[in-house]
Design a protein around this ligand. Structure first.
Ligand SMILES: [Zn+2]
Length: 415
């Protein structure tokens, strides 16, 4: 069980990085009822709030918790199919699903735990029909489960969409305050265009959010454009490819792209014209470079997305295509890939994900009014790029404590 904080608490560290403002030496956040009430100097906040319990980590750094913008919790670490090609990997994944050996409740619990111990405070998870929701809800994390649906298993497009909407309503019953369920239109090669369009319209009408996988692999590009390649026989039922356009253009044509939508991957075949479509639609992106690397899926055009003001967050994806649930490690990989500074990387891992998911008013920085979502990292950065030092420590097992909504849900220091 997470440690619950009844009275006000001050979390303080040798260095505090709010993201929205410069780092503070011996900086602190005052937390009351789960939310940040003030940010400032430890001595000042302590003097002004003598009733607050003080948790000071002198040789550590406090940063906002990582926001994982695209993940799957259900994969266990062993038995991952070979990487190399996306369609080969997916075929093995589908073959193994009926056995439920790879995609289990136990795996979901373990993955959530691993994310927490790596300083994650918010996860956007996608699973078939939202089946990983119970494990996310009991983990202490804040997050959203996007319920994927597969129309060929259900019926007509209308029936499929009504089914998943009803399912999400059912999933939402009795959840913790900061855990939520939404709909995912899994991908252009698994959900037919009519079901996709109806789901997008229906969820938008309800004021809900939507997650999709988009332009992830060379095979997806080939399927959408030419109707051929390794993804044409997925489920033996996807006959709608070959429309002669890119996956991004296709997604726009079937109304999937909107500010409420988060599109995962965007790794293969994203042209400048596609970036323009993405920017104009207001859709957000979740990038998973380690998964893309493992599956031979290319590199997302991050600089172009930044230049056009697209909201970008990072995602770990799942353990069958990615080595860990550590979002800070994922971000460090992206920093090396794109030559990003530590400041840019730390912002991507925290505020970037929050913006992409439309929750930046609630989390992603250490600011008064937001939830107290933070990670305590074992490093006193003194180098030229302190934010990079922090990311390197967090990527390498240096997370000592994780706090979600003021609750310390992980604390290996015992203080
Ligand atoms: Zn995914």
């Amino acid at each position: 069980m997470p440690e619950s904080q009844a009275g006000p608490v001050i979390f303080a560290a040798g260095s505090l990085m709010p993201i929205s403002s410069p780092p503070l030496q011996d900086g602190a956040v005052l937390v009351r009822e789960g939310r940040i009430e003030a940010v400032g100097d430890l001595v000042d906040l302590g003097r002004e709030n003598p009733d607050a319990e003080v948790r000071f980590f002198p040789h550590y750094t406090i940063v906002p918790g990582a926001v994982n913008a695209h993940a799957h919790l259900g994969f266990r670490r062993k038995d991952a199919p070979e990487g190399g090609t996306f369609s080969g990997w997916l075929r093995v994944l589908i073959e193994r699903l009926p056995e439920k050996e790879a995609w289990t409740a136990e795996a979901a619990r373990d993955c959530a735990r691993e994310a927490i111990e790596a300083g994650t405070t918010y996860i956007a998870e996608s699973s078939p029909y939202g089946e990983c929701l119970p494990q996310l809800a009991e983990s202490g994390l804040a997050g959203t489960v996007y319920a994927e649906f597969f129309p060929h298993e259900i019926g007509t497009p209308q029936e499929a969409v009504e089914f998943i909407v009803a399912k999400v309503r059912e999933l939402r019953e009795g959840l913790p305050e900061r855990v939520d369920a939404q709909v995912s239109v899994h991908s252009p090669y698994t959900v037919d265009p009519e079901s996709s369009r109806l789901a997008a319209r229906r969820t938008r009408e309800l004021g809900w959010k939507l997650a999709i996988h988009l332009s992830e692999s060379p095979e997806e590009v080939e399927f959408v454009r030419d109707g051929t390649g390794g993804l044409t026989d997925i489920f033996g039922a996807n006959k709608w490819g070959g429309v002669g356009v890119s996956p991004v253009r296709y997604a726009q044509n079937i109304e999937l792209l909107a500010p409420e939508t988060i599109a995962a991957h965007l790794a293969t075949g994203v042209s400048n014209e596609d970036i323009e479509i993405l920017a104009q639609s207001g859709v957000a992106a979740a990038l998973c470079p380690r998964s893309n690397y493992f599956l031979g899926c290319g590199v997302s055009p991050l600089p172009g997305m930044f230049a056009r003001g697209i909201r970008v967050g990072m995602g770990t994806d799942g353990l069958w295509s990615s080595p860990s649930m550590n979002l800070f490690e994922e971000t460090l990989f992206a920093m090396r890939l794109y030559g990003l500074s530590g400041v840019a990387g730390l912002e991507l891992a925290t505020l970037g994900g929050a913006r992409a998911l439309g929750i930046e008013a609630e989390t992603g920085t250490l600011d008064a009014g937001k939830w107290a979502d933070l990670a305590v990292i074992e490093t006193s950065p003194e180098g030229e790029d302190p934010e990079r030092d922090v990311l390197e420590a967090a990527a390498g097992g240096g997370v000592a404590a994780t706090v979600v909504g003021g609750n310390m849900i992980y604390n290996r220091l015992g203080r």
